[in-house]
Design a protein around this ligand. Structure first.
Ligand SMILES: NC(=O)c1ccc[n+]([C@@H]2O[C@H](COP(=O)([O-])OP(=O)(O)OC[C@H]3O[C@@H](n4cnc5c(N)ncnc54)[C@H](OP(=O)(O)O)[C@@H]3O)[C@@H](O)[C@H]2O)c1
Length: 212
């Protein structure tokens, strides 16, 4: 699959390498590709300027801060990319006042905001509830753990679930929460995730769903 990752932070670079190592053709979109020339040479992953970055992509991964996502995806040409699948792993975390808080209200989410801004694109929210290193390497944890997905388009969700199982997420731990309004709950989980990280003293953890 041809994947373009938008955003060159730790998450963007980590998932770009992860999906590349599982056989996908991945490129990275960055406003400063020159800053990643060494990484690009090491990994073999091409880093482009945003303009035209989605031209050949089947899937775009949004790896930008939630508050900047619409601006970043606009710059990468999502508005001209038709019904492309958008794997949105962003969170609306706001650190501007010190302690992290969410920049969205309880009945809002970044996933829905992206869908509203790009109505033809097919947004699927997933992967935002785990640390970057776990996203494309869930096997780094000692047992299979839960991964949430939600979105309005069933075929797009199937595409994303295929990407997830391809990197090792186990099918019975991939929880389809339904339409994209579930992004509100998945994104709000981040406040609990941050609390857990503080208590556990590590970001390398996840929850597991156990049925009776
Ligand atoms: N850190 C984690 O382990 C983790 C886990 C789960 C979810 N997430 C979420 O994943 C996303 C990425 O996390 P990160 O830590 O990699 O974020 P980050 O370093 O803060 O930002 C990622 C990239 O987004 C691009 N960007 C930032 N502001 C932009 C703007 N106004 N317009 C266009 N592009 C902009 C920048 O790329 P360029 O300058 O190259 O364009 C930046 O390097 C966030 O939403 C975060 O909440 C993170």
């Amino acid at each position: 699959m041809d994947i373009t990752v938008v955003g060159s932070g730790i998450v963007g670079r980590t998932v770009a390498q992860g999906f590349t190592s599982h056989g996908h053709r991945v490129t990275l979109s960055s406003r400063s590709p020159e800053g990643h020339s060494e990484w690009s040479a090491e990994t073999g992953i091409t880093v482009h300027l945003p303009h035209g970055a989605l031209r050949d992509a089947d899937v775009v991964i949004n790896a930008t801060p939630g508050q900047a996502s619409i601006e970043a995806l606009t710059g990468a040409g999502l508005g001209e990319a038709g019904s492309i699948v958008v794997l949105d792993l962003s969170n609306p975390l706001d650190f501007s006042t010190g302690a992290p808080r969410l920049s969205t209200g309880v009945d809002e989410s970044v996933g829905e905001a992206i869908q509203a801004a790009f109505p033809v694109a097919r947004v699927v929210k997933t992967l935002n509830t785990v640390n970057a290193g776990i996203m494309t390497n869930p096997g780094s944890l000692s047992e299979p753990t839960a991964q949430f997905v939600c979105g309005n388009d069933e075929a797009a969700k199937e595409t994303v679930v295929g990407l997830l199982t391809g990197v090792g997420w186990e099918a019975d731990q991939i929880i389809d929460l339904g339409d994209l309004t579930a992004a509100r709950q998945i994104e709000r989980y981040l406040m609990l995730w941050l609390r857990l990280m503080g208590v556990l003293g590590t970001a390398e953890f996840n929850i597991r769903l156990v049925r009776s």
